[in-house]
Ligand binder design. Structure first.
Ligand code: CO8
Length: 259
């Protein structure tokens, strides 16, 4: 169905693999269009799906936007490219599903930006991160100037973007760009275990926590706490809240119904 991505859902967990290994999974217009289509037609409408694992085929996660395509692009084409990239990142960020980036290799430029749009990043020891755009004559254009400082702070974001220096996985962990680093062979088992754990928690509470954190990070503390308080109503009114607490009292595992 798709030329440059693979998508498979196994129950509550989806696997989205960027599959253009000859170009180290660089995001050209076709790849971005296919990711968007997959988000809109496969992932969003799937009511059983809770978590999506995003990874790259071969030795790269995503080596950035496609430099060969951008090289001779006009200004309007550049704007269209940015808009297409932003739409993919926003769709992931605003999705009620939880996205985990399983960063298996190069996560550069648009690849680092896509990883940052995901909710959680787990990296292989072989991963390499960076925003090399200023060395190419552009700024990060798929939300890196905005998401990177929100994750690692203003100073470190400026260091990485202005220097265009790439960093290894252990440094990415140290600065908070990724949440965990594991040996390459343990990457998918680790991510799958995490995905299953998230998928096993109360769906309404998981969804709402993502909304609260994302909305709160862009607001002042008082507004964020109001968002949290309002969201709590939805959880308190849910059957799953009753089930979760009853299961605790009865010393058994909860059986959540997404209601
Ligand atoms: N775009 C297009 N092709 C790429 C890209 C890329 N980003 N990265 C790698 N490739 C291709 C190479 O051209 C090469 O193709 P070929 O075999 O036909 O020559 C193939 O992938 C393998 O690459 P290398 O031979 O270079 O492999 P190495 O192991 O020697 O090096 C690197 C791997 C270090 C990842 C190297 O390929 C590299 O530096 N790539 C570019 C990384 C980069 O600069 N990424 C940022 C791109 S800009 C960006 O993402 C901006 C996002 C916002 C855009 C909005 C603007 C409008």
């Amino acid at each position: 169905m798709y030329q440059h991505i693979l998508y498979e859902a196994k129950g509550s967990i989806g696997y989205l693999t960027i599959n253009r290994p000859k170009a180290l999974n660089a995001l050209n217009t076709e790849v971005l269009t296919e990711i968007q289509d997959c988000l809109d037609t496969q992932i969003t409408p799937d009511e059983d799906l809770r978590v999506v694992i995003v990874t790259g085929a071969g030795r790269s996660f995503i080596a950035g936007a496609d430099i060969m395509e951008m090289k001779d692009a006009t200004v309007p084409e550049g704007h269209a490219y940015v808009a297409r990239g932003h739409k993919v990142m926003d769709t992931i960020d605003r999705s009620p599903k939880i996205f985990i980036a399983a960063v298996n290799g190069f996560a550069l430029g648009g690849g680092c930006e896509l990883a940052m749009a995901c909710d959680i990043r787990i990296a292989s020891e072989k991963a390499l991160f960076g925003q090399p755009e200023t060395h190419l004559g552009i700024t990060p254009g798929f939300s890196g100037t905005q998401r990177l400082p929100r994750l690692v702070g203003k100073g470190m974001a400026k260091y990485l973007i202005l220097s265009a220096e790439n960093i290894k996985a252990d440094e990415a962990l140290r600065i908070g760009l990724v949440e965990k680093v594991v040996p390459a062979e343990e990457l998918m088992p680790t991510v799958e275990k995490l995905a299953a754990r998230i998928a096993g928690n109360a769906p309404i509470a998981v969804r709402q926590s993502k909304v609260d954190i994302n909305a709160g990070m862009d607001a002042d503390l008082a507004t964020g706490c109001r968002i949290e308080a309002e969201a709590m109503t939805a959880c308190f009114a849910s059957e799953d809240k009753h089930e979760g607490m009853t299961a605790f009292a009865e010393k058994r595992d909860p059986d959540f119904k997404n209601r």
